[in-house]
Design a protein around this ligand. Structure first.
Ligand SMILES: [Zn+2]
Ligand SMILES: [Zn+2]
Length: 385
């Protein structure tokens, strides 16, 4: 079969080269042309799935998984494919150009489905361009704003209520200072209850928030999916004043030549979120889906070495900044969620660095891919349509 598949893909490449199909296509777009070339309806139905992978590489078609053929297309949505290496694939990260293509009558019935088109979330940060990173972050914000939890809105509210922007205290030889740093975000002198309120707003789905709070404050039993949040938060509560002192005594940011105090390894993702909230400008949180992408990109597993992951993420952000002349203000501006919420005040210092870096890997809705992944039966198309 693979030999035949090769001519199959050559035929699709020719359709692309002659602009007969759009860079993102469905089986319906290729069917007529390939049937004329003698490909069976069965081949047309199965080969695209069997030899494709999702953009993040997590879901693989059967031939790819079995190692009998290389992936030839990305599966960018339900039944929607694009050739790997298609030069037009850059359009996926250039919405204005997509709009232009929409106006072309030739491509009218094959316009890319924006909702399902995801920018690439693979590779080390500095291996991508600043524009790609900006697009990935914008996509994360848009998805988050559409979701029920509206994480992106909570984060702006949290910034206004719980954080202050302090003038950069670093010496002239610190990387941040050498790169036009104006200041850093620091947790205000908040009570534990205030911290907890923000914690659940940021990281816990609405219906579990009260239960998590009651479990932390009153020891009520809680066996929900977020139960791993309880113990770290209880420990934090017991030591709140001394931890808060150390947190507020640390006046650096993630881009400084410095390491945060207190934190060693984290026991789970809820503890990672807790530390990120304490050191909002220095520590990047993770969740199940973003952890997979972080590891796939070549960074240390945050569950095994949270600080090493953070160190490498920020060191690559510095490299990106140096390559594109961003400096610290430009790094913060890679993320600008305020466009989505014009009524919310833009914070003085721009975005906290943990938010910027998190969203390079965090994409709400991406989780579904992992949760609902069905095991393929032998010989079947593993990517359901
Ligand atoms: Zn600074
Ligand atoms: Zn510094």
């Amino acid at each position: 079969m693979p030999g035949k598949d090769e001519t199959f893909w050559k035929a699709i490449e020719r359709l692309r080269a002659n602009r007969i199909i759009a860079f993102q296509w469905r089986r319906a777009d290729i069917r007529l042309h390939l049937e004329k070339l003698g490909f069976s309806p069965n081949s047309i139905n199965t080969i695209p799935s069997n030899q494709s992978v999702t953009l993040d590489g997590v879901e693989q078609g059967n031939y790819v998984k079995a190692g009998v053929a290389k992936p030839r297309a990305y599966r960018v949505g339900r039944g929607l494919f694009q050739l790997i290496g298609d030069s037009d694939s850059l359009l996926a990260i250039a919405p204005p150009l997509i709009a232009e293509r929409r106006s072309s009558p030739l491509l009218a019935n094959a316009e890319p489905d924006r909702k399902r088109t995801r920018p690439l979330r693979t590779g080390r940060i500095h291996s991508r361009s600043a524009d790609e990173i900006r697009q990935v972050i914008r996509d994360s914000n848009e998805r988050s704003a559409q979701g029920r939890q509206k994480y992106v809105e909570s984060e702006i509210l949290a910034l206004h209520s719980d954080y202050e922007f302090i003038t950069c205290p670093c010496r002239d030889d610190c990387w941040c200072k050498r790169n036009a740093c104006a200041g850093h975000y620091r947790l205000k002198d908040v009570t534990f209850d205030e911290f907890l309120k923000t914690y659940v707003n940021l990281w816990i789905p609405p219906r579990a928030r009260e239960n998590v709070k009651r479990a932390v404050l009153g020891g009520n039993p809680f066996n929900g999916r977020q139960r791993n949040a309880i113990k770290p938060l209880q420990r934090l509560r017991e030591n709140w004043s001394s931890i808060l002192d150390k947190v507020r005594g640390y006046d650096k940011c993630g881009l400084c030549d410095s390491t945060v105090p207190l934190v060693a390894n984290v026991s789970n993702l809820y503890e990672g979120k807790m530390w990120s909230q304490l050191f909002y400008d220095s520590l990047v949180p993770f969740d199940t889906a973003s952890r997979i992408l972080i590891k796939r990109a070549g960074y240390p597993d945050p569950k095994r070495n949270f600080l090493a992951m953070n160190g490498q993420l920020f060191s690559d952000i510095r490299r990106l900044s140096e390559a594109y002349g961003l400096e610290v203000p430009g790094v913060r501006q890679l993320d600008s969620p305020y466009r989505l919420f014009p009524t919310l005040r833009v914070p003085a210092g721009g975005q906290p660095l943990s938010r910027v870096v998190d969203k390079i890997f965090y994409s709400p809705g991406e989780r579904k891919v992992y949760r609902h992944r069905a095991a393929p039966s032998p010989g079947a198309i593993s990517l359901s349509r």
